[in-house]
Ligand binder design. Structure first.
Ligand code: PLP
Length: 368
């Protein structure tokens, strides 16, 4: 079989991209809040159902800037079961991450374990909507309100996700998206911060542009994290196709579910009640004792068949060198995350993945 990657970007027809490029060539406006950037902010806010969105050159700089925008210092409670950029954004702000375990059903930060980790240095909670599954946001907000903490959601996987008809990006103080090429919606590299007030949007827009307010005033030490016009053009074109992308991913997810549902020792997550998902990943969880083979053995077997799956998220962030000596990184503190990280395997999912290949992938797993 031809090599099957775990993800693959969908590139819209090139001839539909050319008119955007022509517009950029005509305007000679390449970056710094250009017309396509402005149009994309408007269209994304409308599509996502949010009030204010600031585009960024990538999700990591958006996370770092979100923490800056709220003046977060001291300690921040977060999850070890995420992509490493979540915790790196704290490190870049000289904030100490405090890892709290995840809940076993949807693998998000466990609200029941947050309060025990709060100290007088805690200033915020940074949960992640892992695989786009919404966190237990009401409980998290209740704890944050009780202790006077900010909430910054890493929503990198949660493009278009709604709960009870409302975008989950409206929750917390800020939410951060990634538009990396591997994501459901992409601007090649890119990201965004969603906020609730015009004042905060101005603040964030200044932060990503060196801290400039107007032409001559620098009000704070900002960064350069601007999204350029070519990326914005790509994003506008992607937006025309996004509903179809999500439908296709839903179909792939449901096909995997039907093919793997009776395989002993293999589990996967169902849709959550009242949630419109983006189907960003298809993780399975392999119980070695019941399945007979470990997750790593399944990973290797798939690789031998030219199918590249991904152990996402393994190792836990708390096991990486920069963080492993933190007291909260102890595996006894993170028993659920430690177990899940040993079991998880994300199977290929992308718009152009066809049914035959999905059947073959499931077949390889069943035949192991
Ligand atoms: C959970 C999570 N947070 C942050 C990021 C960082 O986003 P970016 O790659 O756009 O910098 C990613 C993905 O790349 C991610 O998966």
């Amino acid at each position: 079989m031809k090599k099957i990657t775990v993800t693959q970007p969908y590139l819209p027809p090139l001839d539909e991209f050319i008119p955007y490029l022509q517009q950029i060539w005509d305007n000679k406006w390449l970056t710094n809040n250009g017309p396509l950037h402005q149009q994309l902010e408007k269209e994304l806010a409308a599509y996502l159902g949010v009030k204010y969105i600031s585009l960024f050159s990538n999700g990591t700089l958006a996370l770092i800037s979100a923490l800056q925008a709220l003046n977060i210092t001291g300690e921040v409670i977060t999850t070890p079961f995420s992509f490493v950029a979540t915790t790196h954004s704290l490190w870049w702000n000289k904030i100490t991450p405090v890892f709290v375990d995840i809940e076993p059903e949807y693998m998000n930060l466990d609200p029941n374990k947050i309060e025990a980790a709060i100290t007088e240095k805690t200033t915020a909670i940074m949960p992640v909507h892992v695989y786009g599954n919404p966190c237990r946001m009401d409980e998290i907000q209740r704890i944050a309100d009780k202790h006077g903490l900010k909430v910054i959601y890493d929503a990198a996987h949660a493009f278009g996700v709604k709960k009870d008809g409302v975008s989950i990006l409206n929750q917390g103080d800020l939410s951060v998206l990634s538009f990396h090429a591997t994501k459901v919606y992409s601007t090649i590299e890119g990201g965004a911060i969603i906020c609730h007030t015009e004042e905060m949007k101005h603040h964030i827009d200044n932060l990503k542009n060196f801290g400039f307010r107007g032409e001559l005033v620098v009000e704070e030490p900002g960064i350069n994290a601007k999204l350029n016009e070519v990326q914005a053009a790509y994003g506008l074109l992607q937006l025309k196709y996004i509903d179809g992308f999500i439908l296709k991913r839903k179909g792939i997810t449901n096909l995997y579910r039907s093919l793997l549902k009776n395989v002993r020792g293999i589990q996967f997550m169902d849709d959550m009640q009242g949630v419109e998902h983006g189907y960003s990943y298809f993780p399975i969880f392999i119980d070695k004792d019941k399945f007979g083979k470990s997750r790593d053995e399944v990973y290797e077997e798939l690789k031998e068949h030219n199918i590249l799956s991904r152990r996402y998220f393994y190792p836990l962030i708390s096991n990486f060198e920069p963080y492993q000596d933190l007291p909260s990184a102890e595996s006894t503190n993170l028993s659920v995350a430690t177990q899940i990280a040993e079991q998880v395997l994300c199977l290929p999912i992308y718009v152009e993945l066809n049914e035959n290949i999905i059947n073959s992938i499931a077949g390889v797993i069943k035949d192991i």
